[in-house]
Design a protein around this ligand. Structure first.
Ligand code: NAG
Ligand code: NAG
Ligand code: NAG
Ligand code: NAG
Ligand code: NAG
Length: 697
């Protein structure tokens, strides 16, 4: 009886959902907003920008206090207990540190609020004056969230810095903002000690780890400042409470140093009003809020606006935040001791955020496993995948309820289990997600994957695809807190009068648009403009087009377009996205200049795929680096790039004429990609300048 009922209901729900998407539901509407002429869109559900979803609340500090009272006994912050640390030595003598982690241990909303108040008082007792700034410099963890909320309660502006930032950038950001207190982990403490001679304003460091680890770092060479452990500051505050000193909506909450792809990082100033507008707006796009007790797996850098906003949203809906790290995410992650649980299986989250690079890895991992199994398992997977795809395309047959249950049970259950098995909503941001990956993850997880588009400068506000939008490659309609406008960029050949869709540079306006760059008026005036009606607009430098239903698609980046010798415009990002599809490519950077009529590329070879090929061909090599230098390897990889280019219908001038194969991966630690894994063109260009020069001879 019940199976029959489900069998009847599920296809109905599915078809309703997907018909909806196919029928071209209007998600955004054109609107007249003034400012520089262009084509502007607002969210169809709201007439004026949303500022706060809560009456009488205008700062994050007020919001947090209210939430803690409302959800008193619910879980808020969870961290896994460290059971043991061990070193595993592989057959070829390399050693890796592995950890054995236990279950999550939770702090309730009520308890968290107590800790936050104590830490805030402790900061005051330590002598941190409220007009001074504090920096949080650490990996994503419970203490990060607590320190952030504590600073907000004392109207202390928080400076955030990527934990993977280089020495020069770190020094620049701490010095520019005249930070007096740094709150960090013991790993980051070592970096602070290394540059302590150059930090004139630093007075105290608060170390999040236990005092043994911090003392050990300190013993290696201290600075002229004091060091206190996180728990001691909390204890000090608990014993000597100080009244809160709440900020106003227009006070600066965070100065966020973005890991810029060029030069020194710039600090983006965000007010409480800015962040609150984004949090309020994002809440409107998450389906089924309040009906389910959501559990969120936090592991992206908190110094990234996507993660900071996401954690505040989860708290705002009474959800629980469990902390993890990219290296311990799944049971097979590199730092997880074999046979023990990764963060996802220990937490069983319902909501997650991810950057495209991580989702690409999940997709490749699943595909590789299926390929390796081969035979019946592969046939079954391919069949299930095809059926699901046709269901998404709106075919009745592929949406047959019992069949979906069957495929879920037989095939996709195992894929879902990688992330715990209970994900109901996945948010992707930070960079455009490829349509292929979006479809794949969508089908395998059976959960909507929502793409957002926003920048630190717009406080992550921008656009969001709605959960029932099953199209791929688009970033959705404007968030209720933003207006999105396209303006002409004639030099690049993008006009709002283009057919079939208006195209142009994307500018974002609304209460979410941040105040500008810290101590950098020149750069601020260059990219932020206030129109005659007083609305602030941020010029993103990205090129987009609007679909008929009001959804935005990012098609290019202004900076990444190079004019070749014969006048053709080459879009580096577009071509790279097309070529990275080649199985031999782990990463790629295209290079072009106006002095030549062709482009070249630096290609990080995928060790597994290239060695596989070499073994099959019977090619002898000493090591991977040797293999990458062999002419036949370069030829093979180049041929695969040409094939990928043809598939993507690239023009001849868009196909790299010559390539250089590199054996070593580009990771954030090498400084060649940002923490969000975007390539840093200038740094890569400089690092491999000789190789590039050789490619042009
Ligand atoms: C918060 O701090 C800023 C900077 O020190 C100051 O200008 C502002 O007046 C403070 N706000 C309140 C409500 O005291
Ligand atoms: C730190 O900033 C001051 C001005 O705020 C500047 O004069 C000094 O050169 C900077 N020091 C370093 C090491 O960047
Ligand atoms: C760390 O150093 C502080 C002060 O230098 C000292 O009071 C504390 O006992 C030390 N803790 C450990 C675990 O060594
Ligand atoms: C799904 O529809 C798209 C266009 O609407 C089409 O290109 C694609 O081939 C279809 N896929 C399947 C499996 O039917
Ligand atoms: C902080 C900030 O820039 N606030 C502005 C946001 O936009 C509205 C108009 O939509 C302005 O009135 C605010 O001053």
């Amino acid at each position: 009886m019940s199976a029959y009922f489900v069998g009847l209901l599920v296809p109905l729900v599915f078809t309703l959902l997907f018909r909806n998407a196919k029928s071209g539901k209007k998600r955004g509407l054109p609107v007249d907003v003034g400012g520089e002429p262009g084509y502007a869109i607002r969210n169809r559900r709201f007439t004026s920008p949303v500022k706060s979803a809560w009456e009488g609340i205008s700062t994050l500090a007020e919001l947090f206090e209210q939430l803690c009272k409302q959800h008193q006994d619910k879980h808020l912050l969870g961290t896994r207990k460290l059971i043991s640390r061990e070193t595993e030595v592989t057959a070829d003598g390399r050693s890796f540190e592995k950890v054995h982690l236990g279950d999550y241990e939770w702090l309730t909303y009520g308890k968290t609020f107590e800790v936050v108040c104590s830490f805030a008082s402790g900061l005051a007792q330590l002598g941190h004056k409220r007009e001074e700034r504090a920096a949080i410099f650490a990996d994503t963890r419970e203490e990060w969230f607590i320190a952030l909320q504590a600073c907000f309660r004392r109207n202390i502006t928080v400076v955030t810095i990527y934990a993977s930032l280089g020495e020069k950038a770190l020094c620049h950001s701490l010095n520019e903002t005249e930070v007096t207190t740094v709150i960090c982990g013991h790993k980051e403490l070592k970096k602070i000690i290394d540059i302590s001679g150059q930090l004139d304003t630093l007075k105290r460091v608060i170390c999040m780890d236990d005092s043994t680890l911090c003392n050990a770092s300190l013993a290696e060479g201290g600075g002229s400042w004091t060091i206190t452990s996180f728990s001691d500051v909390e204890k000090l505050g608990r014993e000597n409470p100080v009244d809160a000193d709440l900020p106003l909506s227009a006070d600066i909450a965070v100065i966020m140093y973005t890991s810029g792809s060029t030069g020194l990082p710039k600090g983006v100033m965000m007010t409480h009003g800015n962040v609150l507008a984004t949090v309020s707006a994002v809440m409107t796009i998450v389906p089924g809020l309040g009906k389910v007790q959501d559990v969120y797996l936090a592991y992206l850098p908190m110094a990234h606006i996507l993660e900071l906003a996401a954690e505040n949203v989860v708290a705002a809906i009474g959800g629980a935040i469990g902390y993890g790290s990219p290296l311990t995410l799944t049971d097979t992650s590199s730092r997880i001791k074999r046979g023990t649980k990764g963060d996802a299986s220990a937490l069983v989250p319902t909501v997650m955020t991810a950057v495209p690079a991580i989702l690409d890895r999940v997709r490749d991992g699943v595909r590789k496993k299926v390929e390796a199994k081969g035979g019946l398992a592969k046939k079954l997977f391919d069949l299930a995948y095809a059926r699901r795809l046709s269901a998404i395309n709106g075919s009745w047959f592929g949406a047959w309820g019992l069949e979906i249950l069957l495929w879920n049970f037989l095939v996709f259950r195992k894929v879902r289990a990688i992330l715990g098995g209970r994900i109901r909503f996945l948010l992707s941001g930070g960079a455009p997600l490829s349509g292929d990956t979006q479809r794949f993850i969508n089908i395998c997880l059976g959960a909507p994957i929502v793409q957002g588009y926003g920048l630190t400068e717009s406080c992550a506000g921008g656009t969001f695809s709605e959960y029932d939008d099953t199209s791929v490659g688009r970033v959705g309609a404007p968030l209720p807190c933003s207006f999105i406008k396209l303006i002409n960029w004639p030099e690049g050949g993008y006009l709002t009068s283009d057919k079939p869709m208006p195209r142009g540079e994307i500018v974002i306006g609304g209460p979410n648009v941040t105040v500008g760059y810290f101590k950098n008026e020149e750069k601020t005036n260059e990219v932020y403009k206030v129109d005659e009606r007083g609305m602030r607009w941020f010029y993103t430098g990205d090129i987009g087009q609007f679909h008929a239903d009001g959804c935005l698609e990012i098609i290019d980046r202004k900076k990444d377009i190079v004019k070749l010798q014969h006048g053709e415009y080459l879009s580096l990002g577009k071509v790279e996205a097309a070529l990275i599809v080649s199985p031999y490519v782990d990463n790629i950077m295209l290079h072009a200049n106006p002095f030549h009529n062709y482009c070249v590329a630096l290609v990080v070879a995928s060790q597994l795929a290239v060695e596989d090929w070499a073994l099959k061909q019977g090619i002898a090599f000493i090591d991977f680096s040797d293999l990458c230098q062999k002419e036949e390897t370069v030829k093979e990889v180049h041929a695969s790039l040409v094939k990928a280019a043809k598939q993507a219908r690239l023009e001849k001038f868009e196909i790299p004429a010559k390539i250089k194969l590199l054996p070593d991966a580009w990771t954030p630690e090498t400084g060649l990609v940002t923490a969000a894994l975007k390539i840093k063109r200038d740094v890569i260009r400089k690092t491999f300048s000789e190789d590039l020069a050789r490619l042009y001879t």
